[in-house]
Design a protein around this ligand. Structure first.
Ligand SMILES: *[C@@H]1O[C@H](CO)[C@@H](O)[C@H](O)[C@H]1NC(C)=O
Length: 339
């Protein structure tokens, strides 16, 4: 929690530094190849700015699919076409290596290989690039300087893969140029072009509810926070002005529009729920925390009772009086001439 608060303090835009990206942002290209059998593979390529997809890839034509108006960054059409061509070549040749060595490397069909490469930007400075290959999930080998290194848990297979890949000097020099020169250049251009979307501030909406009862006499209080951007957010249950230690934070989940959702729950004894509140801190709130009190949420039922019980009683009384009046009236009316 302290770490999150510290992080948030850093992320909350302050004064003159509004224009800078305050956190490391990575640009990564991912190629996922599914090997179904000896003759059938399927490729999926995409590019991501942290958790935001900027580009897709049509595996048949090799064309990039730009998902945002700024996805082309500051690259000219010629540069992008050049990139497209080299990606297509690389993306179609790379899986063949695995197919050709399936039995030597003891790869068992069906299996999946993922290649991820890119670079980071930190405080407007691009740092060194990275590239990794994973087999069936865990990392297998990674690229450093101009050569491939086995991952600690990659075993014999990882060593065999490195041995082969380290023979492709020309390819490795191109990879190095790609992740250390071209990628940072493209990333900085992308951050500049996409500024309006990437630095937008979306205020969260929040509400309270109860979750499935955790046991008799207990309540599961849930604080929902939805529609915020950027992702860092701090949500906690408070008793008075103390952070409640029992706060359980869920995963921050994506909405289709690129904003985020988080729910944070607390298991408490029903009679101890009274002075609890949910506190939401987010950069879009500009230092004004949102606070939601359980008491004010909970008493909705109470207010309903307080208002409705007397209403019901009143209605009962009214109809009783009405009947009584009627029954009194009726005799009175007899004998009066009808008009
Ligand atoms: C390979 O897998 C594909 C997709 O599952 C299937 O359609 C095809 O018949 C398979 N080919 C062989 C030779 O098993």
């Amino acid at each position: 929690m302290f770490l999150q608060m510290a992080l948030l303090t850093v992320l909350v835009p302050g004064g003159d530094s509004d224009d800078d990206y305050q956190e490391p942002i990575s640009l990564r290209t991912i190629l996922t190849t599914s090997f179904c059998n000896r003759s059938w593979t399927q490729n999926q390529g995409s590019a991501w700015l942290d958790e935001l997809q900027t580009r897709g890839w049509d595996s048949k034509t090799g064309a990039f699919i730009f998902l945002w108006p700024w996805s082309r960054g500051n690259f000219s059409n010629e540069e992008l076409m050049e990139q497209e061509k080299s990606f297509h070549t690389f993306f179609t040749r790379f899986p063949l290596v695995f197919q050709d060595h399936a039995s030597q490397w003891q790869l068992e069909y069906p299996f999946q290989v993922q290649l991820a490469g890119g670079c980071d930007s930190h405080f407007g400075e691009a740092s060194t690039g990275f590239m990794q290959i994973a087999y069936q999930g865990p990392d297998l080998v990674s690229f450093q300087n101009t050569s491939w290194w086995p991952s600690p848990k990659g075993g014999r297979r990882a060593q065999q893969v490195c041995k082969l890949f380290n023979q492709y000097h020309v390819v490795n020099l191109r990879i190095q140029a790609n992740i250390n020169d071209m990628c940072p250049h493209f990333l900085l251009g992308l951050l500049e072009a996409g500024k309006a979307d990437l630095q937008r501030q979306m205020r969260p909406e929040a509400w309270l509810s109860t979750g499935p009862s955790p046991g008799s006499g207990h309540l599961l209080l849930v604080c929902h926070v939805s529609g915020f951007y950027p992702k860092p957010v701090w949500v906690t249950w408070m008793r008075g002005d103390q952070e409640h230690q029992g706060t359980r934070r869920g995963d921050v989940l994506p909405h289709a529009d690129g904003t985020w959702y988080l729910q944070t729950s607390l298991d408490v004894e029903a009679r101890e729920a009274a002075d609890l509140s949910c506190l939401v801190r987010h950069s879009s709130l500009e230092g004004q925390d949102m606070v939601f009190y359980w008491e004010q949420h909970r008493p909705v039922d109470l207010v309903f009772l307080v208002v409705s019980v007397p209403l019901v009683l009143l209605a009962g009384l009214a109809s009783w009086l009405w009947k009584r009046q009627k029954s009194h009236k009726t005799p009175q009316c007899t004998g009066l001439p009808l008009e």
